[in-house]
Ligand binder design. Structure first.
Ligand SMILES: NC(=O)C1=CN([C@@H]2O[C@H](COP(=O)(O)OP(=O)(O)OC[C@H]3O[C@@H](n4cnc5c(N)ncnc54)[C@H](OP(=O)(O)O)[C@@H]3O)[C@@H](O)[C@H]2O)C=CC1
Ligand SMILES: CCCCCCCCCCCCCCCC(=O)[C@@H](N)CO
Length: 304
């Protein structure tokens, strides 16, 4: 009996291994790599820049305030491991205008070569009850936290695809995994990053580009100190069987409306996750097939 159970588990794990679209890139070699960090002049972004610099990377820091940028540059340069390393600073608001951001990336690539890794860390938060938050905060947070990550990513992606290499990091938040009181404006902008990251990963995986989405907890940074000053019906609705499975599978930390709903999620989770892995595997293979087909039709076009 025990043997049978063990055999079943082994077979199950093997099956999962075979169908699951594993994401397992080799770690990026940081020595000599060009790493762009938005929001690199403070907090988490600055720490990421220091870590990369310590491992031999060339850094471009992107943020608005030029003084903070220069301060951060000085601090990062203390950690150099060779005399060729460079920290470049470029001042821009990543949330305003795509053209500006594209220019900044161009400048950075001209000086330090193609971007190997982009870390989208520029972001900010406000908290408060939904009805107390100024309505323009919803626009501002979406602009900074979401569009401020779309623009730089869009500006680096073409070159990364051409080079068949690259890494893009999105800095979401634990508040991008679950909705919390007071974070209606912030959480939604961080949840948005997850959708972006998942969709983009599916697209660029065949090009050897890998996406990471980070979900940091509360972290003691200048931004967090600012934030502390401001602190003080059916939830799930879906259409169709796919929608039903998806909302059950991704229920995560979302609230339940009835005991039956909760029980149903608990009971079906494993099954739906298994089905999801098959879906992901099949999406990946469709993408791979289309990519090959497209490459073939392009060569036919050229020879015709
Ligand atoms: N600290 C925390 O508890 C947590 C933070 N996070 C996330 O991590 C990221 C970094 O947070 P943290 O280190 O606390 O933040 P900080 O406020 O300490 O740093 C924010 C950085 O982003 C830059 N920045 C802000 N707005 C823009 C803009 N519009 N254009 C360009 N640069 C901008 C700032 O420079 P400047 O103002 O000069 O432009 C600064 O370099 C954020 O996305 C945040 O949401 C996630 C989870 C927890
Ligand atoms: C298995 C179930 C586990 C449940 C664990 C629940 C833990 C909730 C922690 C929420 C922390 C939110 C941090 C937001 C940080 C942030 O982004 C702001 N500081 C912005 O600056």
């Amino acid at each position: 009996m025990l043997l049978l159970a063990a055999a079943f588990i082994v077979a199950f794990v093997l099956l999962l291994y075979m169908v699951s679209p594993l994401i397992s890139p080799k770690p990026l070699a940081l020595p000599g790599a060009h790493v762009v960090v938005t929001g690199g002049s403070s907090g988490i972004g600055k720490c990421i820049a220091i870590e990369c610099y310590k491992q031999g990377a060339f850094i471009t820091l992107v943020a608005r305030d030029e003084n903070k940028l220069l301060q951060a540059k000085k601090e990062i340069e203390k950690h150099s491991i060779n005399d060729k390393q460079v920290v470049l600073c470029i001042s821009v608001d990543v949330s305003q205008d795509y053209g500006q951001v594209e220019n900044v990336i161009k400048q950075a690539q001209e000086k330090l070569g193609p971007v190997d890794m982009l870390v989208n860390c520029a972001g900010t938060s406000v908290s408060g009850k939904f009805e107390d938050l100024e309505i323009n905060y919803f626009e501002r947070l979406m602009n900074i936290n979401y569009l401020g990550s779309v623009y730089p990513s869009r500006a680096v992606i073409t070159t990364m695809k051409e080079r068949r290499m690259g890494r893009i990091v999105f800095v979401s938040s634990q508040a991008g995994q679950l909705g919390l009181f007071g974070f209606t404006a912030y959480s939604s902008s961080k949840f948005a990053l997850r959708g972006l990251a998942e969709a983009l990963q599916m697209e660029v995986k065949p090009y050897n580009i890998y996406i990471t989405i980070a979900y940091p907890p509360d972290t003691d940074t200048p931004g967090f100190a600012e934030e502390k000053k401001t602190k003080q019906g059916n939830f799930n609705s879906s259409i169709g069987s796919d929608g039903y499975m998806l909302s059950s599978l991704t229920c995560g930390m979302s609230p339940v409306t009835s005991i039956t709903e909760g029980l149903q999620q608990i009971v079906t989770m494993g099954l739906f996750r298994t089905i999801a892995l098959f879906y992901l595997g099949s999406f990946d293979s469709i993408i791979r097939r289309c990519m090959i087909q497209k490459a073939k039709s392009e060569t036919v076009d050229k020879t015709a």
